[in-house]
Design a protein. Structure first.
Length: 301
């Protein structure tokens, strides 16, 4: 088997058909599509089984609800493909994406990332494109390519062996940010390509649109784990934004370490302002000041 496509399914009666139409329409004969019905309480169970009857490449797992990470792990456990990819069942992909991306993937590459339409359908949707490039330095890929801003697994194809000792964390929000740095720790070569396109559709009821204080703390925790080993000014300021959100909502002391930001020439105006504030006042005072303005609905930046 060349490619395993793992699709967790939960409460997606309205979008599952669109998603699967885009997957089964990919001209990849040597492909399995693993639908993981994560105890969905609606009609998804019957929909999954009906799709499996229509296409012999579709395999269905019915399981007790355990969340997105648990569903992905269940799919990985039975996957037979040389390479694995993930699709969220409220998203879809452009025609010919998989054959085009697989054709670009070198035999010795562990991961390939392809373009993604972020928050498709939202007022602030954006198309993230890539040049054809290869990385053997994972820190360069994480920092210089600013992969931390698009640490999704859905627009990437992975060698299955990367998951031999890595699982998605159960019970965590923003599970991709926990998992991708671990996968990069096992990878020796990563590619980016301009081929293909993933449509990451906006869900006004999803966690991205409605983050809770708890989910933001998990996002911060995931980045602090990666930030402990590799960082630069831009990444530090990216994590600072998350820390400010957490402090605004919880009032908790900042967990992000204080860092003197020396190189500000390439930063935008907002980031320069944050860097100057951190350098002058330190992170604890910046967080306290930002929270005061947040509580009055007049944020500093």
């Amino acid at each position: 088997m060349k490619l395993s496509v793992i699709i967790p399914v939960y409460k997606v009666e309205k979008t599952l058909g669109r998603c699967l139409d885009s997957i089964v329409g990919q001209p990849v004969a040597d492909m399995e599509i693993i639908l993981v019905d994560d105890g969905s309480p609606d009609g998804c169970l019957e929909l999954c089984d009906a799709w499996a009857e229509r296409d012999s490449r579709i395999i269905v797992i019915h399981k007790v609800n355990g969340g997105l990470s648990d569903a992905r792990n269940a799919g990985i456990a039975i996957a037979k493909g040389d390479v694995i990819t993930f699709v969220d069942s409220d998203d879809y992909i452009a025609p010919n994406t998989y054959p085009e991306v697989l054709a670009e993937m070198d035999k010795d590459s562990d991961i390939i990332e392809y373009p993604i339409f972020k928050f498709y359908g939202a007022p602030q949707q954006s198309l993230l494109q890539f040049e054809r490039r290869k990385y053997v330095d994972m820190a360069e890929y994480w920092l210089r390519a600013e992969t931390y801003r698009h640490a999704y697994v859905c627009n990437k194809i992975f060698r299955r062996e990367l998951f031999n000792d890595i699982k998605f964390p159960i019970g965590k929000a923003f599970e991709d940010v926990y998992t991708l740095p671990k996968l990069l720790g096992m990878a020796k070569k990563v590619q980016t390509t301009s081929a293909g396109l993933y449509y990451y559709c906006w869900n006004e009821n999803g966690i991205t649109a409605n983050p809770t204080a708890g989910s933001l703390e998990m996002l911060l925790d995931a980045h602090l784990t990666a930030n402990a080993t590799i960082t630069d000014e831009r990444y530090y300021l990216h994590v600072l934004n998350i820390q400010l959100d957490v402090t605004d909502r919880t009032g908790a002391a900042p967990r992000l370490n204080n860092l003197k930001i020396m190189n500000t020439k390439s930063l935008g105006l907002k980031d320069k302002a944050k860097a100057m504030a951190i350098n002058l006042m330190g992170i604890e005072r910046v967080c306290k000041l930002h929270r005061i303005f947040y509580k009055t609905r007049n944020c500093l930046w």
